[in-house]
Design a protein around this ligand. Structure first.
Ligand code: ARG
Length: 556
């Protein structure tokens, strides 16, 4: 990677104490990379680099008060263009010996899949794809919320209202919850009954287990439908219930290492420095908590996969929780050199503020996805190009565009930020959106299809013995960066960097497309070059979108 090469060069020539970072300049006049150093040092570095003059460098320039700018050679950019065409979807992929475990999506059963779990699902899957591309062994886990006191409530309601298990749907279960909470306000002792049922469930009571199993099955049926629609996959669906008999061992270890103590009957951790509030390990009736099940999951995961990195893609409302959890992992001395990160995502809000229905209920994700597909249909029906499409093609296109739009809006803003849900932005063909990128891809593909015969000439494309237009140059100066952008996106847990990159590339390609004839270019050399450029752009757009989990279309 060129950026790494430049970094290494600079490191060779600066004094040990100097810290620096190589960045992409904000303006194209400043070259392809820039580093800020004390002016004297910048001059020394420049001199030494100029003496070595690596093959990819055209020139370097100093801009006071200490910027050292690097300009890449046209030759190098053309070579990279060819490399893209040769390596195709492998361009930029890496090898690594590391393992990452990604805990994502993880909805709670017996509740419908709300829009709240969308971000975890989409960002988690994108991080999975990115790390895989970077060569890591990836373990993707859906830590399903299928255990906890809430099932006590549900079982209590099902028993009391004599609900037939065969008729259970998520909707019904949700209603039962809502009723429970209403009733508990007037009649608080039913909370006790619910706890009692959960305790029975933990002790393996046959009837409780049977009801729980039916609830889980009905929920998974709905979740599966959504995962299929979203094209999201997991290596393992290991819910919290999987760890229920693995918590004992953890409790023993916590006791042995003197990390826990009794407090009003419950077992809690108090943190030595009191920086964090205490965390509950076992409730006063001895039942397990979300916390201890997470600890048991970590122990299990360490033993089974020994990951170097743990990523938890979970909402920002659990920030404190994960601080406590990771701290306990340290206290247990499980951490070693491993990294534990919580990728905390913000909320999805509506323009009016909170994102909920008029009755204040959560928005069902499935309804949102269906709405996206319906709205995509309206756009497609209106477009010129849809005239020759068959009904089957239209259905496919609407799905890819609708779902792609939803995913893109989720991924394109930095994960900690809240998202303002806006249909007009999600499904626009003009602007930073999924459909815009898909459209640009289809556009570049259609040029290539029209020019079938000429594509063979890419390999013999000669090196820069013709004039390259500034807009073409800008494309070359963008596409070669793809591997670096993917690396940044992975190591900073920021798929939004890939969105930004792809959007910029699409804009540059569209500008070029509007300015210059491709198939009708002045001569065959230029035509071949422009086709090669189009092929590389479509490849890089496709690679970017595929890392984001967004499909592309050959026509739309
Ligand atoms: N089910 C939880 C929730 O919806 C998220 C679980 C996240 N993963 C974990 N290992 N705690 O809030």
């Amino acid at each position: 990677m060129i950026r790494t090469k430049i970094e290494n060069l600079i490191r060779k020539f600066v004094s040990k104490e100097t810290s620096f970072s190589v960045v992409y300049p904000s303006r194209k006049e400043y070259g392809d990379y820039s580093v800020f150093l004390p002016l004297k040092e910048a001059k020394i570095v420049q001199e030494k680099i100029e003496r070595e003059r690596p093959h990819f460098l055209e020139k370097t320039e100093i801009v006071p008060p200490g910027f050292l700018n690097f300009y890449l050679k046209k030759d190098f950019l053309i070579k990279t263009l060819k490399k893209i065409l040769k390596e195709k979807e492998r361009f930029g992929s890496q090898r690594s010996k590391n393992t990452v475990l990604i805990d994502y999506s993880s909805p709670n059963i017996a509740k419908s899949f709300g829009i709240g779990h969308l971000r975890s699902t989409i960002i988690g899957q994108a991080l999975y794809n990115i790390y895989k591309f970077l060569g890591w062994r990836c373990i993707g886990i859906n830590h399903l919320g299928d255990w906890g006191t809430q099932f006590g409530k549900l079982i209590y309601q099902i028993k009391r209202k004599k609900i037939s298990l065969k008729s259970l749907t998520i909707d019904k279960m949700e209603k039962l919850y809502v009723q429970f909470h209403k009733e508990a306000k007037e009649n608080p002792e039913i909370e006790e009954k619910a706890r009692w049922w959960f305790k029975k469930l933990e002790q393996g009571d046959k009837e409780a287990k049977k009801i729980w199993r039916v609830c889980k099955k009905a929920s998974l049926k709905e979740f599966d439908r959504i995962y299929r629609l979203l094209g999201v996959k997991f290596d393992y669906i290991l819910g919290e219930s999987f760890y229920k008999d693995k918590t004992k061992e953890v409790v023993e270890e916590l006791k042995k290492k003197k990390i826990v103590h009794q407090s009003q009957g419950a077992l809690i951790v108090e943190f030595p420095d009191k920086q964090l509030p205490p965390a509950m390990i076992l409730k006063s009736d001895g039942s397990t908590t979300y916390f201890v099940r997470d600890l048991a999951a970590i122990k299990y995961r360490l033993k089974r996969w020994n990951p170097d990195l743990f990523i938890y893609e979970v909402g920002a409302d659990q920030t404190l929780y994960f601080k406590q959890l990771f701290r306990v992992v340290e206290l247990l001395k499980w951490k070693g050199k491993k990294r534990f990160v919580h990728i905390a995502h913000g909320l999805i809000r509506s323009k009016e503020g909170k994102f909920s229905t008029r009755e204040g209920k959560t928005i069902h994700l499935e309804e949102v996805l269906e709405e996206a597909i319906r709205r995509a249909r309206k756009i497609i029906e209106k477009s010129e190009t849809s005239k020759n499409l068959s009904e089957r093609e239209k259905i496919k296109i609407c799905k890819v565009v609708g779902i792609g739009g939803i995913k893109y809006q989720d991924l394109s803003s930095y994960h900690t930020k809240d998202i303002i849900f806006d249909w007009n932005k999600i499904l626009t063909l003009k602007g930073n959106s999924g459909p815009y990128l898909q459209y640009t891809y289809a556009r570049s593909r259609s040029v290539l299809k029209k020019a079938k015969t000429i594509r063979k000439n890419f390999k013999t494309l000669s090196l820069c013995n013709f004039e390259i237009k500034p807009e073409e140059m800008e494309i070359l100066r963008t596409i070669y960066k793809f591997p670096e952008v993917v690396e940044d996106a992975g190591y900073n847990f920021s798929p939004n960097l890939i969105c930004e990159f792809a959007f910029k590339l699409a804009q540059r390609y569209n500008l070029f497309y509007e300015l210059y004839p491709i198939i009708e270019a002045e001569n065959s050399k230029i035509r071949d070059f422009r086709l090669a450029l189009s092929a590389a752009v479509s490849q890089i757009l496709k690679n970017s979108l595929s890392l984001l989990g967004i499909e592309v279309l050959e026509k739309m």
